[in-house]
Design a protein around this ligand. Structure first.
Ligand code: SF4
Ligand code: SF4
Length: 403
């Protein structure tokens, strides 16, 4: 990754022609559809329920007509059913959308979060679920934008919903009954959280990959478990705080989100406010592909550890806040020189080069011995590799092998 990408433009894209709402997920491909082809639906209406350990409600992000079910790639890389809704562009709100009535007690806020299926909105592995049945002593909210320091977003662009995030943090403090700290970028001297009197921890995202682990570990004064909830810690993103605000004060499920769409295959880069289910191809067309580009390579999530998608044929969900659209890398694949840099940098000491080797030779027992499940998918191994090997992808494959 070379120069820093500066994002200075924001576009609203809140009226797509259609939305594609994922019905299945990584954990469950089974669902109950509550609407049929030809039905009229409203904004925020419950259109399906996904089965799993608990049922997850699925909501429409627009008002309009149900077109049917279509298979599309999901952010996890698998292909799942999506409900296609033609947007009537009226945003008629469903009558069930109501704020909490009565007192804003911890239990009432928790209930609303559960009712609207809000579980935490970031894709990277470290974030925890909302699980109010467990005792939580510390709640950390991450307000450092994903992909800092490689991508810098002009703070002005994010100011339109700063108030929602701040109020959401206050509601989370009430709901969790825990001490709440917000992780902010070290350079944000006039951070909105500081101004609102919310406890903040300044972190340096230049310490790529592991800064959040270091900051949380330091704040609680101990080493962290693989699942932070075991340490009575909840860790969510600032997007989640915004979702909580909208749930509690308006009764609105997550129907909008924001995403950065950037890349050297595009005419420009932009921050977008979008409806959940917006097709990525629409955003790519909005930005325009550079002339004579024959194919693009697309990845989502973190620049260091994001996932490569098959194509631009997928829909935006609340779990995607970065989409990279680049021209594919040319040249022969590089070979591992066994320099050991990936092994040296791994923050959980699992020897990724050896994992890669064991995966190549399909040595299940060796993969077990190497403790591959401790990998937090920070992507540092790929980042430091002088041969530009996607080491993390090999580690992921090894994890899948012994699942
Ligand atoms: S194996 Fe790679 S991605 Fe996994 S924790 Fe180690 S450095 Fe990070
Ligand atoms: S950093 Fe790259 S070249 Fe070096 S050992 Fe790891 S995989 Fe091989």
């Amino acid at each position: 990754m070379g120069k820093v990408i500066n994002i200075k433009e924001s576009r609203d894209f809140l009226n797509p022609d259609k939305v594609y709402i994922p019905l299945a997920s990584v954990n469950s491909k089974y669902y109950d559809l509550l609407v049929y082809e030809g039905d009229e639906v409203k904004l925020g209406e419950k259109v399906a329920e996904r089965f799993g350990e608990v049922k997850t409600p699925i909501f429409s992000s627009v008002s309009g007509e149900v077109i049917g079910v279509e298979e599309l790639e999901y952010h996890s890389g698998i292909v799942v059913d999506h409900l296609v809704i033609k947007n009537d562009k009226k945003d008629t709100i469903h009558e069930d959308i109501k704020p909490i009535e009565g007192e804003l007690t911890a239990r009432n806020i928790q209930r609303k979060i559960e009712e609207l299926g809000i579980k935490g909105l970031a894709q990277r592995g470290l974030y925890t679920r909302f699980e109010f049945s467990k005792t939580v002593d510390h709640l950390f909210v991450n307000a450092v934008y994903q992909n800092e320091p490689f991508v810098k977003v002009d703070p002005e662009l994010l100011s339109s919903y700063q108030n929602e995030i701040v109020e959401g943090v206050k509601l989370l403090a009430k709901a969790s009954l825990a001490e709440v700290s917000v992780l902010v970028n070290k350079n944000e001297d006039d951070s909105i959280y500081v101004n609102e009197g919310i406890k903040t921890i300044k972190v340096n995202p230049k310490r790529i990959g592991v800064w959040h682990i270091c900051a949380i570990s330091k704040a609680v004064g101990k080493e962290l478990s693989h699942d932070l909830l075991d340490d009575r810690i909840m860790f969510v993103s600032s997007d989640t705080a915004r979702a909580v605000y909208n749930a509690v004060t308006k009764g609105m499920p997550v129907v909008e989100t924001d995403v950065l769409v950037v890349g050297d295959a595009l005419n420009s880069n932009s921050h977008y406010n979008i409806k959940i289910g917006t097709h990525v191809e629409e955003l790519v067309q909005d930005l325009g592909v550079i002339e004579d580009t024959e194919e693009v390579s697309v990845y989502i999530g973190s620049i260091l550890s994001g996932r490569t998608m098959q194509s631009t044929n997928f829909a935006c969900t609340e779990f995607i806040n970065f989409i990279g659209v680049d021209t594919p890398m040319k040249g022969e694949p590089q070979v591992c020189t066994k320099c050991g840099r990936c092994n040296d940098i791994c923050p959980v000491d699992i020897l990724p080069q050896n994992v890669m080797d064991a995966e190549l030779r399909m040595l299940d027992n060796r993969i077990f011995e190497l403790d591959v499940n401790k990998c937090i998918e920070c992507g540092l191994c790929s980042y430091v590799c002088p041969s530009e090997i996607n080491v993390l992808e090999w580690v992921r494959r090894a994890k899948r092998r012994i699942k």
